[in-house]
Design a protein around this ligand. Structure first.
Ligand code: RFL
Ligand code: PHB
Length: 397
């Protein structure tokens, strides 16, 4: 039996960083929304993903009242180390750019945003099924879905498709209206979360003959580490001892000891590059991983999702406050320059640091020369630093 219809101004699909930040920003400006999320609250609050917040992202969370725990528990870093065949070189972000990054798990950001939305009386429906957005080519978009075994229809003025790469909103747009750019990389990351104090104060990105490795962290008691692996590898082929051995080899530096401890989470992440153009169709606006994926080497996905929804929130607020739809019409054009700049940086970091299976030695030699240049030249180091910490949003020329 169909239940009474629900109504809101902006129907948001997905309670990841994009959907939750959008709902929060709209609420602060008096625009109503309902968030529909396929997973349970517990699941989205435990999903281990990103860890690096650009200064702009951290500043936005703080300025909009959801940064209190991040300020207390987040780790502010002022640089990273590039470690090449056992030699380390620090890229001092603060000295080169005056900015830093904050290490704070994506799931912590998600927890803080959910708590803030619910405390403010916001509606997030978890565990919804069979979400079908429709009628967004006209003035009365709808989202059909099932919740607790009942059919519902959410009527709204606009739909925000924030449902990630595997969501339904992008695919609901008529065939041919969007263009896709997609690349698969010939490697993947095996990531672990280990209950042990990090062996480093700042992140270490390592180039090694055996492949890339990354030492990150989540807290003074929790290390997050990655090794480059084959995209077809079975995680079972990577028992803990093999992972630690690769990490010791790839991250190794004389006099430096890698702390090892119980592995509490393990997973393989494929490396994908993906961009959708345009990012809108009628009254459907797509944001975050639903429209673009960057390989994780530049630590940008979450930050890019937040950058999109800032533009979208401003455009929706202009519609409701001033009856001005010009920013909505220009949403995609206003986002894409920043999306492509971010793609370029993530591609550059990825190409610089990974071993390519078909390399006959030429690519590795170029990578080593480039890494040498980045560590010798202040200009080259600044290029890395200013992209990593995240510039102001790149706007159309
Ligand atoms: P999300 O986080 O995927 O959220 C989408 C939400 O939509 C829900 N959903 C649906 N809901 C209703 N109906 C449906 N049909 C639905 N289909 C899906 C999903 O359950 C989910 O809750 O996308 P969003 O919000 O765009 O956020 C993007 C980020 O999650 C992503 O870009 C980052 O995690 C990428 N990333 C990193 N980004 C950074 O900025 N810094 C990093 O250090 C960083 N490290 C990483 C990363 C991603 C990684 N993995 C696992 C892909 C490290 C890794 C290993
Ligand atoms: C992480 O902490 O999970 C992390 C850090 C840096 C990256 C990617 C992931 O480039």
């Amino acid at each position: 039996m169909a239940r009474p219809e629900l109504r809101t101004e902006v129907g948001i699909v997905g309670a990841g960083p994009a959907g939750l930040v959008l709902a929060h920003l709209l609420h602060l400006e008096g625009v109503s929304s309902i968030v529909l999320e396929a997973r349970s609250r517990d699941y989205v609050e435990q999903r281990v993903r990103a860890g690096v917040l650009e200064q702009r992202t951290a500043d936005l969370l703080a300025a909009t009242g959801v940064g209190e725990r991040m300020r207390r528990e987040g780790l502010v870093h002022h640089g990273i180390e590039l470690r090449v065949r056992g030699r380390g070189c620090r890229i001092p972000f603060d000295e080169l750019t005056g900015q830093g990054i904050t290490i704070y798990g994506q799931q912590e950001v998600v927890k803080d945003l959910i708590a803030a939305r619910l405390a403010a009386g916001g509606e997030i429906l978890f565990g919804v099924q069979d979400v079908v957005p429709s009628h967004f080519d006209g003035d009365e978009p709808r989202i059909r879905f099932r919740h607790d075994g009942e059919e519902h229809v959410l009527r709204c003025d606009f739909i925000a498709g924030c449902d990630g790469f595997h969501g339904v909103c992008r695919d609901a747009v008529p065939a041919g209206a969007l263009r896709f750019h997609s690349r698969h990389h010939p490697f993947a990351w095996l990531g672990i979360l280990a209950a042990v104090a990090p062996s480093t104060e700042e992140l270490i990105y390592a180039w090694h003959d055996r492949g890339f490795a990354l030492h990150s962290m989540r807290s003074p008691q929790l290390s997050r580490l990655y090794v480059q692996c084959d995209p077809h590898d079975d995680p079972n082929a990577w028992p803990d001892e093999r992972i630690w051995e690769e990490l010791r080899l790839r991250l190794g530096r004389e006099g430096w000891v890698l702390n090892e401890g119980p592995v509490v989470e393990k997973g393989i992440t494929e490396m994908r590059t993906f961009v959708t153009e345009p990012m809108q169709y009628g009254r459907m606006f797509l944001a975050g991983d639903a429209v673009h994926i960057v390989p994780p080497t530049g630590a940008k996905g979450l930050n890019l999702a937040v950058a999109d929804v800032r533009v979208l929130a401003e455009a929706l607020v202009a519609h409701y406050r001033k009856g001005d739809d010009s920013l909505l019409a220009a949403y995609s054009d206003n986002c894409l320059p920043h999306v492509w700049h971010t793609q370029r940086f993530a591609w550059w970091m990825t190409s610089l640091l990974h071993r390519f299976p078909d390399d006959d030695g030429y690519r590795a030699a170029l990578q080593l020369a480039e890494l040498d240049y980045v560590t010798r030249s202040r200009a080259a180091a600044t290029t890395l630093a200013e992209n990593y910490v995240g510039s102001e949003r790149v706007v159309p020329l």
